[in-house]
Design a protein around this ligand. Structure first.
Ligand code: NDP
Length: 251
């Protein structure tokens, strides 16, 4: 039977790079892309052996590359000769302190990884696509704090607001070149990043009470949205920021 949905969710024949793919949300997205048929390259500052093993066990194709965005220009060398169609900008860090005590180091380190590296890695990807006259997809991992202020995370909030803005600017500049730039904005997701929050019974309960869905998100919840934005089904989606937050922003 033929129809509009034929192959709409397949990534067979696509090649994807996922940053921060050794754990958490990045690992789940890498697995999801592989399960949709893409060949996945897991980029991390540490080994992505665990992610590769998961993908291989699921019958997918995976390899790894080391990259450390402590140098925000480190992504420049990732693309030449690699023929990627998809870039997932997932690597991110957070530093917590009151705004009055916040240090320049905690400002710069977060902005370098979360925003500057994301921009220049994406620029390198787009330059490679344009040189090859190919179309492509970029998915940025934003946050609730792309829209809200939060507390005690000034550089993280600034960086994630920046990710939302860049997602729209790049979508706007590159839509006509066939490069779709979109973002997923996760709510509270159970990863290493949020372990301390979940370990504190009072904070954990306060978070659960605020989430309409009544549970923490799973990395797989984010993977589903990210994979969708890479598929033919999302061909006309440009500059969207898809909230995957159990309804947090709907309250
Ligand atoms: P994790 O801490 O589990 O994963 C973060 C990933 O980024 C890791 O792979 C980490 O590598 C990598 N990374 C950090 N610094 C660098 C660097 N200098 N160079 C290369 N890679 C680096 O967190 P999550 O999976 O939760 O976070 C993934 C993304 O989702 C982040 O952008 C985060 O801001 C965002 N997010 C998460 C939410 C949540 O509730 N968990 C909510 C909203 C957004 P390594 O393991 O070596 O540190």
């Amino acid at each position: 039977m033929t129809g509009v949905m034929n192959g709409a969710f397949s990534l067979t024949g696509r090649r994807a790079l996922v940053t921060g793919a050794n754990t958490g949300i990045g690992q789940a997205i890498a697995l999801g892309l592989a399960q949709a048929g893409a060949a996945v390259v897991c980029a991390g500052r540490r080994s992505c052996d665990d992610t590769e093993a998961l993908i291989t066990a699921a019958g997918g194709s995976a390899s790894s590359v080391l990259v450390d965005f402590t140098d925000p220009m480190a992504g420049q060398d990732l693309f030449a000769g690699q023929d990627y169609d998809i870039l997932i900008n997932n690597a991110g860090i957070i530093r917590r302190a009151d705004a009055v005590d916040f240090t320049e180091n905690d400002w710069d380190s977060v902005m370098d990884v979360n925003l500057k590296a994301l921009f220049f890695t994406t620029q390198a990807f787009a330059r490679d696509l344009i040189a090859r006259q190919m179309q492509g997809r970029v998915v940025n991992i934003a946050s609730l704090l792309s829209f809200q202020g939060g507390i005690r995370v000034p550089s993280y909030t600034a960086s994630k607001h920046g990710v939302a803005g860049l997602t729209k600017l790049l979508a706007n500049e590159w839509a006509a070149k066939g490069i779709n730039v979109n973002a997923v904005a996760p709510g509270y997701i159970a990863t290493n990043n949020t372990e301390a929050l979940r370990a504190d019974p009072d904070r954990n309960q306060a978070i659960l009470d605020r989430i309409p869905a009544g549970r923490w998100g799973d990395p797989a919840d984010i993977a589903g949205a990210a994979v969708y934005l890479c598929t033919p089904a999302a061909a006309y989606v440009h500059g969207a920021i898809l909230n995957v937050d159990g309804g947090w922003l709907a309250r």
